[in-house]
Design a protein around this ligand. Sequence first.
Ligand SMILES: NC(=O)c1ccc[n+]([C@@H]2O[C@H](COP(=O)([O-])OP(=O)(O)OC[C@H]3O[C@@H](n4cnc5c(N)ncnc54)[C@H](O)[C@@H]3O)[C@@H](O)[C@H]2O)c1
Length: 418
Amino acid sequence: MRTIAIVGAGYVGVPLAHVFADAGHKALLIDVVAERVEQLNKGDSYIEDVPSDVLKRHVDAQLLEATTDYGRLREAEAILIALPTPLSDQREPDLTILLNAAEEIAPHLQHGQLVVLESTTYPGTTRERIAPILEKSGLKAGESFHLAFSPERVDPGREDWTTKTTPKVVGGMTDECTRRAVDLYSSAVDRVVEVTSPEAAELTKLLENIFRSVNIALVNELAQLCDRMDIDVWEVVDAAGTKPFGFMRFDPGPGMGGHCLPIDPFYLAFKAREHDFYTEFVELAGKLNQAQPHFCVEKIERTLNDASKPVRGSRVLLLGVAYKGGVGDLREAPALKIIRLLRDLGADIAYHDPHVPELSEFGLKSVDLAAELPAADIACIITAHPEVDHERVVREAQLVLDFRGVTRGITAPNLVRL
Ligand SMILES: NC(=O)c1ccc[n+]([C@@H]2O[C@H](COP(=O)([O-])OP(=O)(O)OC[C@H]3O[C@@H](n4cnc5c(N)ncnc54)[C@H](O)[C@@H]3O)[C@@H](O)[C@H]2O)c1
């Protein structure tokens, strides 16, 4: 049995551990949060993509274990790093967590081990930042240990494409590093795609995310124009989506969220500046996407105004606060910005989200729909959670503003759409 250590037991690390355990390997998750480790070892999952019964099956079969002890890395054939890569307050890459973890790994690194970085980051991170720290072990990258980059492409909540079925891109520091990484992933995932360097693999992930960011910005800009011109943006997107080639559909919404799309493009913009290059497209998309919640608040104001109500003192019910439907992930969720802006305007905020019981940052708890729908001055659909009956929302609420297009097909005097 091969032991694969995964540093970081989060949205990426836990599904990765599941895939390796499923393939009959031993997955050893390393995390700094002791409660997470305890929870995992009880088979109690906090990651929606790996349900507790699945986790428990792996734990009971001794194919999955979690620990806070970096010393256990010595047992592993490979060490995969799935740690957060956030932005600093100045919106620049903050590699502190990653670099600190590399410092922790170095003293335990063994001759012949394979290390793969999975965190999204700018081209050059693996070679320029991680390798020198790991080499403090006295071992040499590409010679006495192997080092590669393989971006994680998981889309939490998605069932058609998972960590196992989504092709895995791999680029090593040397041909042998790539071969080792390809061999490892091929034993657990359906398809592995080789590239010739870690830099190519790092940039591949950024291209994928920037592609989405740019297209979301484009369709949101179009939504704002449609609002001005009184054209139904959903009708346009639906119609354009019928083109069988040369068009890929993106839906407008309240703004971009999640750990990846609002953050990753800035990783590339930062690195590009080092090369005296300005990624204007990337920056523009980021700017437009960050501004979309402001547009939403303005639209809420106008919709209330049409009902002769001011924002100040109005009860505004937000339906969904997670950044996307079906999950409880709040990272960079546009709803949080919308709440802040509306509160600044004096609105009385309530929210309902089946995946988010509490928003402690705002002192709010998810409210009951039956009581709140008729009571609120306006109900705004921010996240399209499949559990919420949007027809009922239109039936029971005084006024509905739909930012997700889930009420398409319904016409009602109390209904307004983006
Ligand atoms: N979440 C996604 O959908 C997604 C998809 C693709 C790629 N990624 C990328 O994968 C990386 C990881 O993201 P995530 O969403 O899994 O993060 P996460 O916040 O869900 O999980 C990170 C885990 O690392 C732990 N941790 C923090 N510091 C540690 C340390 N020094 N040692 C050990 N554990 C430590 C945290 O306690 C947490 O459990 C990021 O670079 C992200 O951009 C994320």
